[in-house]
Design a protein. Structure first.
Length: 331
């Protein structure tokens, strides 16, 4: 699918804005604070079904009662999202729905400036990053992740209560064990697939013999029963602390550079090459698993890359539709 245009009404600081897109590369210029990232955010909502950075009340222009965004593809199809201060709806093929239907989602590779700091980010930020990638090309992963987080939230709310019987947690423990085990196995599999491509892809950028790997770190077992036993064993401690201290929500992904933690051993340039390689692999996996060429959204990352890496970025995404934001004078 190729995007023809995107229209924003009362979306963040845009009261009215329209971008007409090129089939290959579109450039959005604007000063800092103008709202360039907001345009990419609107595209992401209409292709993936949710924002990558905020909730609807935060997105709504502060002086407005509603927002509306409309995306038109070159084949004439349109996707619309509206929010009236209480409810968000998607309109696809003249049908109003609470969520963007799966068959009308389209894969996106999103590249944010903060991604270049992924290696030194907190474990939570790395989990969020890889969750977004894995959910992009596997709907089962997205479903398991959603159900796991709902169960975790309910269990944590119960753990905060002064009077609590261990039996009250049983159904939530069962759900956490089931979906936690599923997610653990998915993460292992997908990390292995990335590792098979990571060093060769990195070499195509850096042209050296460095070895890059990602070490998926998890305390969670592969067995649902063992997972359940851990949750039950930790009951008293969890109740005392008021939250669940065991599970895949504590996982991490550690980048290794020549068998040493990359955070501290890889230079700034080497770190950027690792992240570029990861983005290329993400697009490749989407194409491989979904048989679709993802739309590439690049948010002001050119300013963070040298000329060699910029050329590499352009070369690797030459067959995709690319929408880029950059600091400059907007027309």
């Amino acid at each position: 699918m190729i995007i023809k245009s995107i229209k924003l009404t009362n979306f963040r600081n845009h009261h009215s804005y329209k971008l007409t897109c090129d089939d290959k590369t579109s450039l959005i210029l604007g000063s800092n604070g103008w709202g360039k990232t907001s345009v990419l955010e609107a595209i992401y909502i209409l292709t993936r079904g949710k924002s990558f950075r905020a909730t609807d009340p935060e997105i709504l222009n502060r002086d407005s009662e509603y927002y509306r965004i409309e995306l038109e593809y070159v084949n004439g199809e349109t996707t619309v999202a509206t929010y009236d201060g209480k409810t968000k709806n998607f309109i696809v093929l003249d049908k109003k729905q609470k969520r963007l239907p799966k068959k009308h989602k389209y894969p996106v590779v999103l590249f944010l400036p903060s991604d270049l700091n992924l290696i030194s980010h907190s474990p939570g930020r790395r989990r969020d990053y890889f969750d977004r990638i894995f959910a992009e090309f596997d709907e089962k992963y997205a479903t398991s992740l959603s159900k796991y987080h709902k169960a975790l939230k309910q269990r944590n709310e119960l753990l905060k209560k002064d009077y609590l019987k261990e039996d009250n947690l049983f159904s939530w423990n069962i759900m956490l064990a089931k979906y936690g085990t599923d997610l653990h196995n998915y993460r292992e599999q997908f990390t292995q697939e990335i590792n098979q491509k990571l060093t060769p892809t990195y070499h195509s950028i850096a042209e050296n013999n460095d070895k890059i790997t990602i070490n998926y770190q998890s305390e969670a077992p592969k067995s649902e029963q063992t997972y359940l036993n851990h949750l039950e064993k930790n009951y008293e401690r969890d109740h005392y602390l008021g939250h669940t201290t065991f599970g895949i929500h504590r996982d991490d992904y550690v980048f290794n550079f020549n068998n040493q933690p990359a955070d501290g051993s890889a230079s700034r340039g080497e770190t950027r090459s690792i992240i570029l390689a990861l983005k290329f692999i993400e697009a490749d996996l989407i194409n491989q698993k979904l048989h679709q060429k993802p739309i590439i959204l690049l948010d002001d990352v050119f300013s963070e890359l040298d000329e060699t890496r910029r050329r590499c970025l352009i070369k690797n995404f030459k067959d995709n539709q690319v929408i880029i934001t950059s600091v400059g004078s907007s027309s």
